[in-house]
Design a protein around this ligand. Structure first.
Ligand SMILES: [Mn+2]
Length: 484
């Protein structure tokens, strides 16, 4: 048996470092507002069509795909449970402890979902679940829904006569705690040892067949994605209206996330960033505990997750509602960089070229060394989505961020102190179209004038909200503690 490792960097995104990182998020696919049987059927058909595409490839390669979804324990205790994105993409099934098998030569197990057996006692505590059998098949659109306990017994039949195996996780590069997929790989080796197989086979990660599909969004995905970005924008609009000096960063976070839930998101696609003053220069600042002061800018980098897809939009705004001349100067450089990046996003271009266009504007303005991350990453089921790399040719249906930034920390030597503590990032989500790209988050103002006009309005965060509890005396000079 010779196992050829085809791993490589499947799923790397735009290269370089990004100011956002993806975490958990969730919700079953978009029955949007309707929840009707029709919407459900369309969704099932979309997932089934994806599986058929994969089955076609598997048939050509004499391959089988075996993928386990996340178990309850696969998500950190402080995060809400979410299905793995690859599993969700093919299965549309967001319950823990399942597996799917795509086996082009199988009859009973061709397009099969494996789920835990029904347990009425557990369901009284945790809610109803899809079980094995015809009802499960009807609910999910799979050809067959079988008990997960049968997967092991079926294993020899599934791998028989196959030349290639697509497995989840990193079956040939085990490290850290073994994911469930490792059990499958071990099982495979045991099986071969048992039958003394001399065959040469290939092991590949499921991403090799799923990620190229995930890179180009279908019309149904784009419709869901527009909704995710729309909700994301509503959170930003409400926060910008509400902002005023003396508020805590956490209040802005709460307004944003309230709007997310109010308009249909089930959670955030990643931890909300509200970085004011010095925190505007900290790319992954997520404590959100500082009191915001007049004269500062605040970076709001947020994403609502809807139907498993996450928006990723950033606005940088003046806490007082009006940019200072130095803030405005930096802001407008970043704005022009973003415009140049949008212009570079079109079919045949690359994320590398998009980044180059933004970078040139910022370098020409003399702030190149303060632009410390990439301009664009793929977005979709994951905030840093999979399937492409910086030199992938852009094509209609791809979605990527456009997010140049300039960050000048307090006390930076060789820089006029008027610029100290100014961090500016502007981020929008671009859908590549036939003729260029469409800014999906254009509803959120990003010009200086548009932002200042919006901030003259009042929002949810300015409403009365009961009696404030008596404040303990603040120590002198502690007006702006940076976090806790
Ligand atoms: Mn981003």
């Amino acid at each position: 048996m010779a196992v050829r490792d085809r791993w490589g960097g499947a799923g790397e995104t735009g290269g370089g470092r990004w100011p956002m990182r993806g975490t958990a998020g969730a919700l079953a696919l978009a029955l949007l507002a309707t929840g009707s049987a029709v919407a459900r059927a369309q969704d099932k058909a979309e997932f089934a069509a994806r599986r058929e595409r994969v089955l076609k490839t598997l048939g050509e390669e004499q391959a089988v795909l075996i993928l386990r979804g996340n178990a309850e324990a696969d998500i950190a205790a402080h995060q809400s449970w979410r299905q793995s994105s690859d599993f969700y993409y093919l299965a549309g099934h967001d319950e823990a402890g399942a597996a799917l098998v795509l086996n082009p030569t199988g009859r009973r197990v061709r397009d099969a979902l494996f789920v835990p057996a029904k347990n009425p006692d557990k369901e009284r505590w945790d809610g109803p679940r899809v079980g094995p059998g015809p009802e499960g098949a009807e609910a999910t659109g799979f050809g067959n829904v079988l008990p997960i306990s049968e997967l092991d017994d079926l294993f020899p039949a599934l791998v028989e006569d196959k030349k290639k195996f697509y497995l989840g996780g990193e079956p040939t590069k085990p490290k850290g705690p073994h994911p469930p997929e490792m059990d499958l790989f071990r099982r495979l080796r045991e099986h071969w040892a048992l039958i003394g197989s001399p065959k040469t086979v290939e092991i590949a990660p499921v991403g090799a067949v799923i990620h190229p599909l995930r890179l180009v969004k279908s019309p149904a995905e784009i419709a869901i994605y527009r909704r995710a970005v729309d909700i994301t924008g509503r959170g930003l609009l409400e926060a910008m209206r509400s902002l005023e000096p003396g508020q805590n960063e956490g209040e802005a976070e709460a307004v944003i996330e309230y709007a997310f839930r109010r308009f249909g998101a089930v959670r955030c696609g990643f931890d909300t960033i509200v970085g004011s003053g010095p925190n505007s220069c900290v790319l992954h600042y997520v404590k959100n505990t500082r009191t915001m002061q007049a004269g500062e800018v605040v970076v709001l980098d947020v994403g609502a997750e809807h139907g498993y897809y996450t928006g990723d939009v950033t606005r940088t705004v003046p806490v007082s509602g009006t940019f200072s001349p130095a803030q405005r100067e930096i802001y407008e450089i970043v704005y022009r960089a973003q415009e140049a990046a949008f212009a570079a996003s079109r079919p045949g271009s690359t994320l590398s070229a998009v980044h180059g266009a933004a970078r040139k504007v910022i370098e020409d303005a003399g702030f190149g060394k303060f632009f410390i991350h990439g301009t664009a990453h793929w977005i979709g089921l994951d905030v840093h989505d999979v399937g492409g790399h910086p030199f992938t040719k852009l094509a209609p249906g791809m979605i990527h961020s456009v997010e140049p930034g300039i960050y000048i920390p307090e006390g930076t030597k060789g820089v006029d102190p008027k610029y100290w503590g100014i961090g500016v990032r502007i981020e929008d989500d671009a859908l590549v179209t036939e003729g260029g790209c469409e800014n999906l988050s254009a509803a959120v103002p990003r010009t200086v004038e548009g932002i200042e006009a919006l901030m003259r309005e009042r929002g949810l965060g300015n409403l009365p909200c009961g009696e404030a509890p008596a404040k303990p005396a603040e120590p002198k000079g502690a007006g702006s503690p940076a976090g806790r």
